[in-house]
Design a protein around this ligand. Structure first.
Ligand SMILES: [Ca+2]
Ligand SMILES: [Ca+2]
Length: 212
């Protein structure tokens, strides 16, 4: 009786493949990237037509996070790398305007470099300003933090103060918890293995019934 055996095996292999494919596409927020150094998740978001700093802040919060707050070279380079592609940048005069970060200057702070703060209230303990920034140019309206590139200057992972209402075309957000909802340290593998086991058990059961 080769026919039932072949069908049973085909069924088992087919079901296993379907579950494997489903498992590989399971993560809800595949774009979030985990950084061991901080234990947090990061995502760079491009917005066609641009976005203000306040809108970006609200969007990050709606995604369960906040505009990225930077506290070390490791974190700064990791966040920048997520948005290093030209998609996330916009040309302005001799500058390349990169994504917003979670730094801002409260109203009434001494210009150009006083009172800078993070949206989370974390200590302002690290800075990576580009040369001659912050400068609060353009009438004292530059109170939002973002990455800046400039002609003749190869580094683009340093910061500029920019007019938050003028906006840029991207932002980087950060989360303290796993965006997939999995418990800390967990992943999808055990759950997938369980489903494969169930599929094989069902297939073997069907095969045995056919043989019996
Ligand atoms: Ca300012
Ligand atoms: Ca500036």
């Amino acid at each position: 009786m080769i026919w039932p055996h072949t069908r049973g095996m085909t069924f088992a292999i087919g079901l296993t493949l379907i579950l494997l494919i489903a498992g590989s596409t399971m993560p809800v927020s595949a774009e979030w990237q985990y950084l061991d150094f901080t234990g947090h998740w990061y995502d760079a978001v491009y917005v066609e037509g641009g976005i203000t700093w306040s809108e970006a802040k609200a969007a990050a919060e709606a995604a369960g996070g906040y505009l990225a707050t930077i506290h070390s070279d490791e974190e700064n380079l990791f966040a920048y790398d997520l948005a290093s592609d030209s998609t996330y940048w916009e040309r302005w005069l001799n500058n390349e305007l990169g994504p917003f970060l979670g730094g801002y200057q409260p109203e009434g702070a001494a210009e150009p470099d006083g009172g800078w703060a993070w949206v989370t209230g974390e200590a302002w303990s690290y800075e990576a300003w580009a040369p001659m920034e912050p400068d609060d140019s353009e009438g004292g309206e530059q109170n939002s933090l973002h990455y800046l590139g400039r002609d003749g200057y190869s580094i683009r992972y340093q910061w500029n103060d920019w007019n938050g209402d003028t906006g840029v075309v991207s932002y980087i957000m950060e989360r303290n918890t796993d965006p997939s909802g999995a418990p800390a340290g967990g992943d999808d593998s055990p759950e997938l293995a369980t489903w494969v086991l169930i599929a094989c058990t069902v297939a073997v059961g069907a095969l045995r019934r056919r043989r019996g």
